[in-house]
Design a protein around this ligand. Structure first.
Ligand code: NAD
Length: 299
């Protein structure tokens, strides 16, 4: 049977996701938005460029990109209250019409929105997954490849933690064709690239002024969708509910997982040194602060 993906939010990220899915012929795509005509126009535009169709009620995967994006000077956390209401409403509908779907969250602040969707949908944790790490590692890989003038395909990078300024690029585990990064660059260069990765989203917001990045975010979400639909079992960094792993309990935080047709099929708990552990727990504390704000609103 043909697979179906619903993309909620037909803005920059959502429309780019839908287009990528259509180009890759992964599934039929339905694009949903609160603005009545925009998804129809965009969907028609895509239909005229590639093969998309699909009218079934229930979806295999629902990608949620609905909500506000940041503007210059804003942090992702500034979107918390506005996007909480959007994600609550969208998740209620998604869970009602697609009770067996896997939810892939994109809306920011990502880790808090995953928590919201998890609470509202009451889906098992394997089926609520946040996109952030694939994008953050892609950014880190891009900067490493550019610095060394090597193919980005040879660069492996590991980024853990929440999708914010406290994210944790793990330099020790990042390498170029197996050669540790620390043997290829001096510390000030590595620190500069780590910092650029942490602020990679803001760098793009500064240029776009009226919105935030969407080509790479959409490609990242679609890599996750593809691994799920094709049961590829890719090991990717995703935001998932941790229940004791890495000493974190009850929070969505980015860690390496195996993604397949069941959603999260395994969480990899890698050994971290003391400095990395400290950075990860700082990042988790930043996520916890947001949850403390929205928890009372959950009702
Ligand atoms: P956008 O403003 O271009 O699009 C958002 C769309 O959501 C709009 O079309 C809006 O009408 C729609 N929308 C709002 N409320 C809705 C609802 N209740 N139901 C359906 N649709 C609704 O923004 P964008 O650039 O596409 O970004 C979308 C979100 O993704 C933002 O929160 C942004 O911060 C986030 N984002 C996350 C990452 C990540 O790494 N996780 C990367 C990029 C963007």
């Amino acid at each position: 049977m043909r697979k179906k993906v619903t993309v909620v939010g037909g803005g920059n990220v959502g429309a780019s996701c839908a287009l990528n899915i259509a180009f890759k012929e992964l599934a039929d795509v339905v694009l949903v938005d609160v603005v009545p005509d925009v998804p129809v126009g965009k969907g028609l535009d895509m239909l005229e460029t590639g093969p998309i169709e699909g009218y079934d009620v229930s979806s295999d995967v629902v990608v949620i990109t609905a909500g506000l994006a940041r503007k210059p000077g804003m942090s992702r956390d500034d979107l918390l209250l506005a996007n909480f209401d959007v994600i609550k409403a969208v998740t209620e509908q998604a869970a009602k019409y697609s009770p067996n779907a896997i939810l892939v969250l994109v809306t920011n602040p990502l880790d808090a929105m995953c928590w919201t969707a998890y609470q509202v949908s009451k889906f098992p944790k394997q089926r609520v997954i946040g996109m952030a790490g694939v994008l953050d590692t892609a950014r880190f890989r891009t900067f490493i490849a550019a610095e060394l003038q090597v193919s980005v395909e040879n660069v492996t990078a590991v980024v853990l933690g929440g999708h914010g300024d406290t994210m944790v690029p793990v330099v020790r585990l990042s390498n170029v064709s197996g050669i540790p990064l620390t043997e290829l660059m001096d510390k000030p260069t590595i620190d500069r690239l780590v910092d650029r990765t942490r602020t990679g989203g803001a760098e793009i917001v500064k240029y776009l002024k009226s919105g935030s990045a969407y080509y790479a975010p959409a490609a990242a979400a679609v890599e996750m969708v593809e691994s799920i639909l094709k049961d590829k079992k890719k090991v990717l960094p995703c935001a998932v509910l941790l229940e004791g792993e890495y000493g974190i309990n009850g929070l969505f935080v980015g860690v390496p997982v195996k993604l397949g047709s069941q959603g999260i099929e395994k969480i990899y708990e890698i050994h971290l040194n003391d400095e990395e552990k400290q950075m990860l727990s700082k990042s988790a504390a930043a996520v916890q602060e947001l949850i403390d704000v929205i928890k009372p609103k959950m009702g």
